[in-house]
Design a binder for this molecule. Structure first.
Ligand code: ASP
Length: 432
């Protein structure tokens, strides 16, 4: 029963969410006062669950990376794992962007007839208020990424969900130099951080146990409030993005798992199902870190040494789904402007989009909707009107769920593939 609950609890919650939404919508009960109270209660459950997940992010990242770095037997071991990790992240992200580029140039979702393009662009000025806020706060320069790598204050970096990069740099350095301390001092430090890690892991398990309730609370209000009608004018664009995600996840990653990781890909897809569903429902890579770590260690049998180095890094800087999405969105907008106003968008502009998507995705925070900031940067840098980003807002929530699932699933693939090259992830041994 416990096993069934672990594996299918979140799926049952999603199914219940769809059923409840259908019943309420079909009986026209969405405007009744008790429905509103019901939505409020759901939102409360969802928020409490999200808070629980977010609460774990800072101690998980800090303790995992510090233990990971400090635990390396030698400098060579540290270099080897670091190199493999960055190579995987760079190549997989490049592949994701290229898949996005091919999809958008083949399907051409923005090459609709002029009337429809005008209708879609007509919404361009309705940017949601808080989005304008984020934009004004501005991570508008690429150089900001490098500034965020070295925080002026590590405590305030840890306190800010969008500055996790600074915490990562600090934790990597801290762990590295613990490893270089004299034995007595090093053991003392290691015991402290390992103890902390165990405690956080136990707390993570408690939060995970509430995931079906949390997922129900997160998804039901979205389905009830938005419905799927709003997506109609953008349907070809939405389908292009989803097809890109599918090609990347079930094509490219499948090949990597099979031929580089030398495992049966299906075993990994199955094992990571609960992790992917959590990422999907929370739209936050950072919030999914605890569950991802727990699953790759417990189910896939990746060693803590590998998992705690590659996953926190991946969750923070490796956003393949987001990179693919950025590329499709910007070229989609360019196509719309081509149809309505004849703005040409040449080869070098496409190259700029590809490079910018690669670079900016690294700095995107693992929280909901943060890709919009990066997209605004790219749109501005290729000379398209920044207001146009507002038109994708209607599809944003749904696509954020999918791209976060791709982001997190990709990180787990990276971890397992690297672990296999280190002779780990023994759970897949039998299913080569
Ligand atoms: N929500 C995404 C994540 O957490 C980031 C984004 O693409 O907006 O991975």
């Amino acid at each position: 029963m416990r096993k069934f609950f672990d594996r299918w609890g979140v799926v049952c919650a999603l199914a219940a969410s769809v059923i409840v939404t259908c019943v309420l919508r079909c009986s026209n009960a969405t405007t009744l006062s008790w429905t509103k109270t019901f939505v409020d209660v759901c939102e409360l459950f969802g928020k409490v669950f999200m808070n629980g997940l977010k609460m774990l992010v800072v101690p998980l990242i800090a303790s995992s990376l510090i233990c990971g770095m400090a635990g390396f037997g030698s400098r060579a071991e540290c270099k080897r794992l670091g190199l493999k990790t960055f190579l995987f992240y760079f190549l997989s992200c490049a592949a994701a962007v290229l898949i996005g580029l091919c999809m958008v140039n083949t399907v051409k979702p923005g090459r609709v007839d002029a009337a429809l393009a005008g209708k879609i662009l007509g919404q361009a000025n309705v940017l949601p208020e808080h989005f304008v806020g984020i934009n004004a706060e501005s991570t508008a320069k690429l150089s900001d990424f490098f500034l965020r790598l070295i925080p002026t204050n590590v405590v305030s970096a840890a306190a800010d969900n969008t500055q996790i990069l600074g915490l990562i740099t600090f934790s990597l350095l801290f762990g590295f130099f613990i490893g270089r301390l004299p034995n007595a001092l090093r053991d003392l430090q290691l015991r402290f951080w390992e103890g902390l890690q165990h405690v956080i892991r136990d707390i993570t398990r408690i939060v995970i146990a509430f995931s079906p309730l949390g997922v129900f609370g997160l998804v039901t209000p979205i389905l009830l409030n938005a419905g799927l009608d709003v997506l109609k004018p953008l349907s070809v664009f939405v389908l292009t993005v989803l097809a890109g995600f599918a090609l990347y996840t079930f094509g490219f990653l499948w090949l990597l798992l099979r031929f580089v990781g030398k495992i049966h890909p299906w075993a990994h897809y199955k094992a990571m199902f609960p992790v992917t569903l959590t990422a999907f429902s929370t739209s936050s890579s950072a919030a999914s870190l605890g569950i991802a770590l727990d699953t790759v260690e417990r189910v896939s049998k990746v060693s803590p040494r590998t998992a705690r180095f590659t996953l926190p890094l991946g969750i923070t800087i490796n956003m393949c789904g987001t990179a693919l999405y950025e590329c499709v969105v910007v070229l989609f907008l360019a196509q719309l402007y081509q149809v309505t106003q004849g703005i040409a968008f040449g080869f070098w502009n496409q190259v700029t989009v590809v490079l910018m998507a690669l670079l900016t995705s690294v700095g995107v925070a693992g929280i909901p909707a943060s890709a919009l900031i990066a997209i605004t940067m790219i749109v501005g840098s290729v000379g398209l009107p920044i207001e146009s980003v507002g038109i994708i807002w209607v599809a944003e929530r749904l696509l954020d769920m999918f791209r976060t699932a791709v982001n997190v699933f990709n990180d787990t693939c990276g971890t397992v593939i690297i672990a296999r090259t280190e002779g780990e992830a023994t759970a897949y041994e039998r299913m080569k």
